[in-house]
Write a protein that binds this ligand. Structure first.
Ligand SMILES: Nc1nc2c(ncn2[C@@H]2O[C@H](COP(=O)(O)OP(=O)(O)OP(=O)(O)O)[C@@H](O)[C@H]2O)c(=O)[nH]1
Length: 209
């Protein structure tokens, strides 16, 4: 992992979205500070965190916007979708309703984000899965595949299990996309079809006299 004072080679903007209480703020705090808070401090509007990761020897800085899940802040949070490179779409695997609402969140992403935005699905609260799970892993995996999402991981903001892995994978997908885009732009334009010139007819000799 790269230290935050290193000059980044690339910078990507991410959003974390999902129902209120699924653990978005805790997830960001765990990733950026290695800390966890038991209280649910409802996010007002948006909060911000940043961290630099290493991908293929490059320093990739992630600017992460943690959005409020509550409906009343939707107008504010919507404006943050623009120019986002990636979205962490989160549900709570112990709360079926938060999974069912993913459909609406996906619609919200499609309506407000760029068409090539990277979408990564996270089922949070993995530490509670054994006793309280309401969403099965294979069901969520199938949902991610059907909707052609860029990845899916179950994680715990409390124990930190798979938290860094989620951001590392997103950074890798974004880095790969950037490289592919650059290669496409470098490729010479396809050679134009040769222009076929009609053979010129020898000028008819004028019959003399
Ligand atoms: N056991 C457990 N509790 C968690 C986990 N993540 C978050 N919580 C708890 O869930 C509650 C809600 O977490 P937040 O991070 O505030 O939720 P949020 O999605 O940011 O909520 P809004 O700001 O309202 O959108 C808090 O009480 C957290 O302590 C987790 O992975 N495991």
């Amino acid at each position: 992992m790269a230290s935050s004072d290193q000059q980044p080679d690339a910078l990507y903007k991410l959003l974390i979205i999902g129902d209120s209480g699924v653990g978005k703020s805790c997830f960001l705090l765990q990733f950026t500070e290695g800390d966890f808070k038991e209280d649910h401090n409802v996010t007002i509007g948006v909060e911000y965190g940043a961290k630099t990761l290493k991908v293929a020897e490059k320093n990739i800085k992630l600017q992460i916007w943690d959005t409020a899940g509550q409906e009343s802040f939707r107008a504010i949070t919507r404006s943050f979708y623009r120019n986002a490179h990636g979205v962490v779409l989160m549900y709570d695997l112990t709360r079926l309703e938060s999974y069912e609402n993913l459909y609406d969140w996906l619609k919200e992403i499609k309506q407000n984000s760029d068409s090539d935005v990277v979408i990564y699905l996270v089922g949070n609260m993995l530490d509670l899965a054994e006793d309280e799970r309401e969403v099965q892993t294979d069901i969520a995996q199938a949902f991610a595949e059907e909707n052609k999402l860029d990845g899916f991981t179950e994680a715990s903001a409390k124990t930190a299990e798979h938290v860094s892995e989620v951001f590392q994978k997103i950074a890798e997908v974004l880095h790969k996309k950037t490289l592919e885009k650059a290669t496409k732009e470098e490729k010479p334009a396809p050679a134009q079809a040769p222009i076929i010139v009609r053979p010129t007819q020898p000028a008819k000799k004028k019959s003399c006299c």
